[in-house]
Design a protein around this ligand. Structure first.
Ligand code: SAM
Length: 240
């Protein structure tokens, strides 16, 4: 999958993709990442790309022309789906990630200051995505969040495909996990996980997934079509 990131701070993207599994995917050619700086498309002699908003208001906005020219330049090279990351967008979630992971080429536009001149959104953005109900200084972190989530979903990104059965994949949060040693002063590993009884372990994992989801994300339980066993385990949790 190819990512084009439109940003006035390309070094933020470049430094992040040089670590961990993302670096491995990048070096191995599973993903490619190109940064595009709208300043390179500014006609201003100082490469300026921002100006004050009409009608008053705080701060500065990205001007339409340099950003639109940047996206047009990307489109000359590649057929691409264009996303703008912004607080007013639709919430980014695993379902959106599963849809977007099938794009061969994704362009992510990062705002700064107070955001973008609306004409950019009107003329060349396919969808607007928010990573949460809070406001960051810029779109680079959201772009990296989207890029890393989609990269994880590419076949071959994680050696063991079972690792992709993370939170959200089955409509529930992931159950707690433990590693060695079995006993510590901070507590012991639940006995069932050491029992070797695969049926009991499976039941425990499902119950703990349901418990953590019920406690932290009751909205997910409401949205899920629960199976008979899930209803039984949830009732047990409620009776405890
Ligand atoms: N004035 C804007 C508003 O109130 O919605 C906030 C602009 S914010 C300071 C600057 C840029 O950061 C945005 O254009 C966007 O690209 C990015 N950004 C900030 N918070 C974000 C979020 N929750 N999700 C996605 N992008 C975000």
């Amino acid at each position: 999958m190819n990512f084009n990131i439109v940003t006035i701070f390309p070094e933020l993207i470049d430094s992040y993709i040089n670590h961990g599994l993302l670096a491995k995917a990048y070096e191995g050619g599973l993903i490619s990442v190109n940064t595009w700086n709208p300043r390179d498309f500014s006609e201003d002699k100082n490469r300026r790309i921002d100006d004050k908003p009409f009608g008053g208001g705080q701060g500065m906005l990205f001007q339409a022309e340099p950003v639109i020219k940047t996206i047009e330049a990307i489109k000359i090279q590649d057929k691409t789906h264009v996303v703008f990351v912004a607080p007013h967008g639709k919430p980014f979630d695993q379902k959106t990630a599963l849809r977007l992971k099938n794009e061969d080429n994704l362009t992510i536009v990062c705002g700064r200051y107070e955001g973008l001149d609306k004409r950019i959104e009107n003329s060349c953005i396919d969808e607007v995505i928010s990573i949460g109900d809070y406001v960051l200084n810029g779109g680079e972190l959201p772009a990296l969040v989207v890029m890393e989530t989609l990269s994880r979903l590419q076949k071959g990104f994680i050696g063991n495909e079972e690792s992709l059965l993370d939170s959200f994949s089955e409509g529930l949060l992931e159950h707690p996990q433990y590693t060695r040693p079995e006993k510590t002063i901070y507590g012991d590993v639940p006995e069932v996980l050491l029992s070797g009884n695969h049926e009991l372990i499976k039941r425990w994992k499902l119950k703990e997934s349901l418990r953590i989801t019920y406690e932290n994300r009751p909205d997910m339980i409401k949205d899920k079509n629960l199976s008979d066993i899930e209803i039984e385990l949830l009732n047990e949790i409620k009776d405890e």
